[in-house]
Ligand binder design. Structure first.
Ligand SMILES: Cc1ncc(COP(=O)(O)O)c(C=O)c1O
Length: 387
């Protein structure tokens, strides 16, 4: 049985009538930018999060840029962030001209290590940006208290954790800003690009409205230099009609993760335990030393996997100018070498999950046999003879 890494077509087929009617309604309306669908989405998403305000924008990358721009962050400033993230987190920071300052992760969670933050704070530091990577919420209590002690602002990158909760609060509502991506495979996904910024204050909200729309306060009145980063009416309508399902999808992801963990414990390193609701498994990521061999084997078995992310941000060519070198962030670099993301989407069946588990177990069984017969690398041949 083939198991794809993700399957957006299955998702569309399951919700086709709801999505088709939302799209048709927009097409028929003749209103395609900054109209009633966006307003409805912003209100309903704010309500879903328990946030005061939401401003839709064109992507998760620009959501980060806009939140920082609303704080007047610029070339003189530093933002403390992890390197173990999708590079667009860092791109959003760089778009303001500010300097990303990387802090290592806690190897047990794979998220920002609060104990390492204070050593990175300088007179230029303005923002701490935890990333709720893979759908798991960072240690917000510790991060918020460090920020408060030093007079810094916190922005949560929630791109991968829509709907996760921490001590009764939803991800993206604990800090001054929460930034979201609606890339199609996210826990709440558009059928194209999309993003949003959640914020507590009216002042931030009004600033974000201007910044995403050419800096206009009203038509042809430009108070400042803004960009074009609008969430269009079609994407807003598609997102709004899916909000009621997010909780159910996240519960399904958690169930899938539990089934994986149950089947894989003792075979590979499974994701560390998180508090209830604190991990909504945008990705289910295992860690193994022989990652590349396992990935090739699973591919040969028709199982799709990906690596999120093989090159940490501080070692990317684009960020060479910052002067980091291998060894600077040991926990991040170790994880980048060992991680493998298994198929994860709400429509995944038990049969598919069990196929993935059985294939991984088989890989290790074959390795044991091949080691004992002295042919470690030839998994393919061994597999033929031992099936
Ligand atoms: C953690 C994280 N931050 C930011 C982004 C950027 O979002 P977008 O692709 O919508 O620009 C992503 C998207 O992959 C992400 O995973």
């Amino acid at each position: 049985m083939k198991v794809p890494f993700g399957d957006l077509k299955v998702h569309y087929q399951a919700y086709k009538s709801v999505i088709d009617s939302a799209v048709q309604r927009v097409l028929d309306s003749g209103y395609y930018i900054l109209g009633p669908e966006l307003q409805k989405f912003e209100e309903e998403f704010a309500q879903f999060l328990g946030s005061n305000y939401v401003v839709g924008c064109a992507s998760g990358t620009e959501a980060i840029y806009l939140a920082l721009a609303a704080l007047n962050i610029g070339p003189e400033d530093e933002v403390i962030v992890v390197a173990h993230t999708a590079v667009p987190t860092i791109n959003g920071i760089s778009m303001t001209g500010a300097k990303p300052v990387f802090v290592d992760i806690d190897p047990s969670s794979g998220l920002m290590d609060p104990q390492l933050i204070e050593a990175k704070i300088t007179s230029r530091t303005k923002v701490i940006m935890p990333v709720h990577l893979y759908g798991r919420i960072a240690d917000m209590d510790s991060i918020l208290s460090i920020a408060q002690k030093h007079g810094l602002t916190v922005i949560e990158d929630v791109a991968q954790a829509t709907g996760a909760t921490y001590k009764g609060k939803t991800a993206g509502t604990m800090a001054e800003f929460g930034t979201f991506s609606f890339y199609p495979s996210k826990n709440l996904g558009a059928f194209g690009d999309g993003g949003a910024v959640a914020t507590k204050t009216k002042e931030n909200y009004e600033r974000l409205l201007k910044l995403r729309n050419y800096g206009q306060s009203k038509r042809y009145h430009h108070d400042e230099i803004g960009i074009n980063s609008r969430l269009d009416e079609i994407q807003a309508a598609i997102l709004a009609c899916q909000i009621p399902y997010v909780k159910e999808w996240n519960e399904k992801r958690i169930e899938i993760a539990q089934r994986y963990t149950c089947g894989l414990s003792g075979i590979v390193e499974t994701p560390g335990k998180a508090g209830e609701g604190e991990h909504v498994y945008h990705l289910y990521v295992i860690q193994v030393d022989e990652r590349d061999e396992l990935q090739s084997y699973l591919m040969s078995e028709g199982i799709g996997t990906l690596i999120h992310y093989p090159i940490p941000s501080h070692l990317q060519n684009a960020y060479k100018y910052l002067g980091y070198k291998p060894g600077d962030l040991p926990a991040t670099e170790r994880m980048a070498k060992r991680i493998l993301s298994l198929p994860m989407f709400p429509e995944l069946t038990d049969e598919q999950i069990d196929t993935v588990i059985a294939s991984i177990a088989n890989f290790y069984k074959l390795r044991k046999v091949s080691t004992s017969v002295g042919s470690v690398n030839d998994v393919g041949t061994i597999q033929q003879t031992h099936r």
